[in-house]
Design a protein around this ligand. Sequence first.
Ligand code: KDG
Length: 339
Amino acid sequence: MKTLRRTVLATAAALMLGTVGSAFAQDIKPRLIRFGYGLAEQSNQGRAVKMFAEQVEKASGGKMRVRAIGAAALGPDTQMQQALIGGAQEMMVGSTATLVGITKEMALWDTPFLFNNAKEADAVLDGPVGQKVMDKLQDKGLVGLVYWENGFRNLTNTKRPVTRVEDLEGIKLRVMQNPVYLDSFKLMGANAIPLPFSELFTALETKTVDGQENPFNTILSSKFFEVQKYLTVTNHVYSPWIVLVSKKWWDGLSKDEQKVLLDAARASREFERRDTREEAGRALAELKTKGMQINELPPAEVARMRDKLTRVNAMIATNVGMELWQETQTTLTRLRSGK
Ligand code: KDG
């Protein structure tokens, strides 16, 4: 009797082990996600991609793995956008400004002085207007998950402190490859030169351009202080980043896999904005210790800059559509009235 019992137990154990073994054997390989970005690994952008990757791996039990590929190793924003549309790359984060050639409504976020502060930016970007603009990407083969913060943009150059709009006259200023940025700085007398972000440091170093404009975080993490002397605080536009997925690839995911990515993206948005704002708060002091000569554009000059730049607003309103433009203005008026 004892032998029979031992035999039954041994058979049951063998079956269990066999089943367990076959369960692991049946496990599919982890789904690998190539996530490209343009800034350095040690930047607010790089830290947020790392956090997103950790969230995805944890939530999927290791079945989805994100490979973060920074410093434009997969090419500039525009090249990565095309790779996502073609299905050759799964994810990226980049500027909304470089997307206007694909989805014209993204030009809304190029509007100079659109947002007065980050609170307004979060409310509009994460609300119905931001979602409507993001939804326009789907027809072009891209899925937008969330907006991150690049931040308020400020001017640097090697020629002179910019204390009034006329000081921009003749400065060779690198701008993003975007018509609003190009027209805005031409309106202010600068010699605006569009270049991909990945070429910017070299262009500054070789004096191909005299200056550029970016948030404090980027000026710090990209070490522009090594090749730029003057920093003028203008906050002339709030610049978002957007986390993008290839629609070709996204449509092949299960609902559970899509939820893992969306939940991780939303968690990374909160992390990225907190991290970016905390770093921006101390970046100016750090840039001063790195030797930059910093000045604030006086309010009267900001007002003059604003007057000059609002001429591009008519073009933006036409490009994005009056309905979306009006909805944005109405939302901002309501936010500012505290309603
Ligand atoms: O990949 C980096 C760009 O997405 C981003 O930093 C855009 O602000 C930008 C710039 O100046 O190109």
